[in-house]
Design a binder for this molecule. Structure first.
Ligand SMILES: [Zn+2]
Length: 228
């Protein structure tokens, strides 16, 4: 048993759960988990069937992207994940999917305003669109790092998909689901052609303040992180 076994197991378990729920398709998307107490993270391998994946297929890299464990090439978006962990100390799990309703909103470049209390509490003030950059490039990693400084936990990547964070993997999965629910409701509301109402600004700020308090606890090490 190696040091990274539980992290690699959680990556596989989560990937397969997200396939079963329809958020991940074929080999699209990627996900990672920060390794507790180290400048390192576990991430899905590049272009490999999630349903065939075993913990041995998962890659572990340090912050400078040196491979610490794994035999397969890591996800092409590894640089983006590393940039997120560098920028956001409160983030311990990152999930990138091509989930359909969120992806649809990126095509019409419609950021999601604060529509629901639950959304503001878990995803932040709004779901912004990060401008297009080709997959796997430093340009994409840099653009993402610039946008995630606003402390939100969900973003949309233009003409691409969703990018969701959590202080642990369980919260990241939850946030993927909250995002897709909001995206679908927003799309349906937009198709009506009528004005879409938002939650009051004060309610948004109260909910976002709770999220920020959670994040501050993580940064100080007062709240449990990691897999379970
Ligand atoms: Zn992608």
């Amino acid at each position: 048993m190696g040091t990274f076994d539980s992290a690699c197991e959680l990556i596989v378990e989560t990937a397969q759960k997200l396939v079963a729920r329809g958020y991940l398709m074929a080999t699209g998307g990627n996900l990672s988990l920060r390794i507790e107490g180290q400048d390192a993270f576990a991430i899905t391998p590049s272009n490999y069937d999630y349903m065939k994946m075993t913990p041995e297929d998962v890659c572990v890299l340090d912050g400078d992207l040196h491979l610490l464990a794994g035999t397969r090439p890591p996800s092409v978006e590894t640089g983006m994940h590393a940039a997120i962990y560098r920028t956001r100390r409160d983030v311990h799990a990152v999930i990138h999917t091509h989930q359909v309703y969120t992806s649809a909103l990126t095509l019409i470049r419609a950021p999601i305003p604060a529509l629901f209390d639950e959304q503001a509490r878990f995803l932040g003030r709004g779901v912004a669109i990060i401008p297009y950059a080709p997959s796997g490039t430093a340009m994409l990693a840099n653009t993402v790092a610039r946008h995630v400084r606003d402390h939100n936990n969900a973003y949309m990547m233009q003409n691409h998909g969703a990018l969701v964070f959590g202080h642990d993997m369980q919260r990241a999965i939850h946030n993927v689901e909250v995002l897709e629910k909001c995206a679908l409701a927003y799309l349906l509301a937009l198709t009506s052609g009528r004005k879409v109402s938002r939650i009051p600004l004060a309610a948004r700020e109260v909910a976002f303040a709770k999220l920020r308090r959670d994040q501050a606890k993580i940064e100080k090490g007062d709240l449990k992180t990691g897999g379970e």
